[in-house]
Design a protein around this ligand. Structure first.
Ligand code: SAH
Length: 211
């Protein structure tokens, strides 16, 4: 990436390191990604705070710590092809796209999807395929995936997602309603091994109808 790191983005990366993020590549991506471009101008002054912020339509850009943590977990398996469910602002997609060869991302709110696509284009990030659709069903025609990241909380683990994992693939997903756990599911042949990572708080993953 030839983008310059701003002082604010560098400081955010440093604070994530202090908060326990150790993957250098993830911290580099945070330092080189202008988070203010993923927010309305009125919220730009808060862009480098380690908090989730509203992006319209009742949705949020995730907390930078959570973005970094989920990315770090996902990169452990060195994935080539990754699926993100819940494009939202496109910030998580921009971080991931700098770290993996191929990213596919699905969003069920059309206006968010259009804005996210424009933002990544402006940043000259070209290895991302966007889909407007119900990510509860994954994106079957592009699969199987070495890794899948869901950035909204599912009431239960969608079987379409585990089915779209390649052998050895990893799904990182917040699960639960009032209380949510970040869960990592690894596919080993026809078996799935689940591991709870930490307590999290995400907007809900909608099952079914499009916005
Ligand atoms: N990764 C985003 C986080 C956005 S919040 C970011 O970096 O900004 C979660 C997003 O998931 C919302 O935009 C919401 O519309 C979307 N979402 C919820 N249910 C979905 C579904 N079934 N399919 C696709 N997207 C979904």
């Amino acid at each position: 990436m030839n983008r310059l790191a701003s002082t604010s983005a560098l400081n955010l990366a440093r604070s994530l390191h202090d908060a326990g993020i150790n993957d250098r590549a993830v911290l580099e991506a945070v330092a080189h990604t202008p988070r203010e471009q993923f927010l309305d101008a009125a919220l730009g002054h808060k862009a480098y705070e380690n908090t989730a912020l509203p992006i319209g339509q009742g949705q949020t850009i995730s907390q930078p710590y959570m973005v970094a943590r989920m990315t770090e977990i996902l990169l452990q398996s060195k994935p080539n092809k990754v699926l993100e469910v819940g494009t939202g602002s496109g910030y998580q997609a921009a971080i991931l796209a700098q770290l993996v060869p191929q990213l596919c991302t699905v969003e069920r709110i059309k206006s968010l999807q259009i804005q996210a696509r424009q933002r990544l284009k402006r940043l000259a990030i070209h290895n991302v395929a966007f889909k407007y659709g119900d990510g509860w069903q994954g994106w079957q025609s592009k699969g199987p995936y070495d890794a899948i990241m869901v950035t909204a909380a599912a009431s239960s683990i969608p079987t379409a997602l585990t089915e779209q994992l390649a052998d050895g693939g990893v799904l990182v997903i917040p699960v639960g309603e009032t209380s949510q756990q970040l869960v990592k599911v690894t596919r080993i042949g026809t078996r799935y091994v689940s591991e709870a990572i930490e307590t999290v708080r995400f907007v809900p993953l909608i099952n079914g109808e499009l916005a």
